[in-house]
Design a protein around this ligand. Structure first.
Ligand code: AMP
Ligand code: MG
Length: 535
């Protein structure tokens, strides 16, 4: 077999359930909703469903588990990842965690609609946790049903894979299965519930630990369980750190800060807005986790959020994400403080390993997006700020603008009076008729500045374009695209899920036959539920 890949049957998967084997669990074995103390998890079984049907799977994720296409198309695969069959070596559980939601401490939350099946060790020795989302109620379901609908499951499946192929750290998605059952949902939380098809996604990640796992024990002054969880995390997720070093916790915190800084820089690079950056949705491994009302910027607008429940405060808007990263890390620092007692050290880490790392990372990203060799503060701060201001002042599609910027030639003589939008960039504008002379003059001035900067850099034209095309994606999962795939899937046809899944495998490549996906959001999607409004 290629690259030592040995296709395994599901029955042959090797499980090493370190989370339940090494951490304290809930002693009450019933599946009643309740507060759970001094425990990191509760054991719980997925709820079987009546008519599971595999809509899509990700062969790349299957390979991480050493599973081939035959295994994925087996009946057992559908049964296992719908939650109907639990393999003998699996040990299903729901995690106990808390979180700050929209800036307020929310107390215990936990896996209310997620059930971890176990941890697979593949033939390369990598650990992968398997988690079903939407497989029925757990001890942490509070007043909700523990289920997921097809709409949100399609969005999670497609987006986690799209993010991976964009080179952005994320949890992965193995499978998307409809349950054959109907679920009651109030899509906009406005008192108009309706039935929707149920679905289950199997997520796969090296770790599903969140900031909130640590915050919960700190909030309860349960330093013993907190310390046990920290020791486990050091051993499992940060094995390269010396867990016995006196500053192991600050070191781990510094790494979480750096990973979060890079993660949010990536989000900003591609225009991704997570939508619900509560601390229970922040991964201590620096992964994008919990795909809910996320979205991609279409018109560049730092105040934009896809989340209708956040329209008032816009706490989780695109431009606020770096700041919220810091706010969330500060909550995690508070939790670690109860163990380390070193406020000044933690503060210094926030400054150096988050703020500074984010700034440098973002500067490099912007230099890359503009096709510059490197970021030169003395010239490029102004260059970038002026561009972002220009982009905000007329409805400009972020993805199209940056992708097409690679076609602006440094050789063109500086212009004086643009009479119309430059042909390379015109496709990015939503309302070209609204462009006035003042705007054109400003754009002209910026282009003159930009061309001079490129000339000074003296990078080969083709080399610059190929560098830019590796950082400015051509294809992203625009909300309306996901919605079209959902509408079709709800009518029984999953083909668009497959097409988008495939398109987004190569987001930086030209795919001439799929040029229709490199277009501004159509006007019909401007105010449509699911396309511009999500909750
Ligand atoms: P989220 O906003 O999706 O991160 O969810 C916040 C909390 O609510 C987490 O503890 C979830 O597990 C829980 N939750 C969300 N939706 C459901 C649901 N349908 N059933 C049970 N718990 C849920
Ligand atoms: Mg969540």
């Amino acid at each position: 077999m290629l690259n030592g890949f040995i296709p395994a049957k599901l029955e042959a998967l090797q499980f090493d359930n370190s989370f339940v084997n090494n951490l304290p669990g809930d002693t009450d074995v019933s599946n009643n909703r309740r507060q759970v103390y001094e425990a990191c998890y509760s054991k719980v079984q997925p709820t079987p469903v009546s008519g599971p049907k595999l809509l899509a799977y990700s062969p790349e994720v299957a390979r991480l588990l050493d599973l081939d296409d035959v295994a994925c198309n087996s009946r057992l695969f559908t049964e296992v990842f719908a939650g109907n069959t639990v393999l003998p070596d699996m040990s299903p559980f729901a995690m106990c965690y808390g979180g700050h939601q929209f800036g307020n401490w929310a107390g215990q939350l936990g896996d209310g609609r997620a059930i971890n099946l176990g941890e697979v060790i593949n033939t390369r020795g990598d650990r992968w946790v398997l988690q079903l989302k939407g497989a029925g109620p757990t001890q942490y379901s509070r007043r909700a049903d523990g289920l997921a609908v097809l709409r949100s499951s399609v969005r999670e499946f497609l987006c986690s894979e799209a993010m991976h192929h964009l080179g952005i750290p994320t949890t992965r998605a193995l499978s998307l299965i409809t349950t054959g059952e109907q679920v009651l949902r109030d899509i906009l939380y406005d008192g108009h519930p309706g039935m929707e098809p149920g679905a289950v996604v199997c997520r796969v990640s090296p770790s599903f630990l969140r900031f909130g796992n640590f915050e919960l024990f700190a909030s309860r002054n349960d330093t013993q369980t907190l310390q046990t969880l920290i020791n486990y995390t050091l051993a499992t997720d940060f094995p390269h750190l010396d867990a016995s070093a006196p500053d192991a916790v600050p070191q781990m915190f510094a790494e979480i800060c750096e990973r979060t800084a890079h993660l949010i820089d990536h989000w900003m690079r591609v225009g991704f807005v997570h939508g619900v950056m509560n601390t229970d949705n922040m991964s201590t491994s620096g992964l994008t986790i919990d795909y809910g009302p996320y979205g991609w910027l279409e018109p560049y607008d730092v105040t934009w959020t896809p989340n209708t429940t956040d329209f008032q405060g816009r706490r989780y808007s695109y431009g606020n994400q770096p700041h919220i990263g810091l706010w969330n890390l500060t909550q995690l620092a508070n939790a670690f403080h109860s163990i380390t007692g070193e406020a000044a050290r933690l503060q210094e880490i926030l400054n150096n390993s988050y703020r500074r790392v984010f700034l440098t990372s973002w500067q490099n990203t912007m230099a890359g997006k503009l096709g510059l060799r490197s970021f030169n503060t003395s010239t490029d701060d102004d260059l970038v700020n002026e561009l972002l201001d220009i982009l905000s002042s007329a409805e400009t599609d972020m993805t199209i603008f940056f992708r097409n910027l690679a076609d602006v030639s440094p050789a063109d003589a500086p212009g004086t009076g643009l009479h119309q939008l430059p042909s390379e960039l015109a496709d990015a504008y939503y309302q070209p008729e609204a462009i006035n002379r003042k705007y054109l003059q400003r754009l002209q001035n910026w282009l003159n500045l930009y061309r001079r900067r490129l000339q000074a850099d003296n990078l080969d034209k083709r080399e610059r374009k190929s560098r830019m095309n590796r950082i400015n994606p051509k294809y992203v999962l625009r909300n309306y695209m996901a919605q079209l795939a959902i509408d079709k899937a709800e009518d029984g046809d999953p083909s668009l899920i497959h097409e988008l899944h495939d398109l987004l495998r190569h987001p930086y490549d030209e795919q001439p036959e799929r040029e229709k996906y490199f277009q501004k959001r159509p006007e019909w999607a401007r105010h449509k539920v699911g396309c511009s409004m999500l909750s």
